[in-house]
Write a protein of this length. Structure first.
Length: 50
């Protein structure tokens, strides 16, 4: 994880690949479209990698 950044894995992408929360590195989460939209529309967002 990058300092000051967040890593969120798409719920559908994770499900298709059989990835569970326990498979991820510390600090990485699985979330759906609502969380994604909230994050990209937040104040101070500087970069988005999709």
């Amino acid at each position: 994880m990058v300092d000051g950044g967040r890593v969120i894995v798409c719920t559908q992408c994770a499900a298709r690949r059989g990835i569970l929360e326990g498979d991820l590195r510390a600090g990485v989460t699985i979330a759906g479209a609502a969380v994604f939209a909230e994050q990209i529309l937040g104040e101070g967002v500087q970069a988005l990698v999709y």
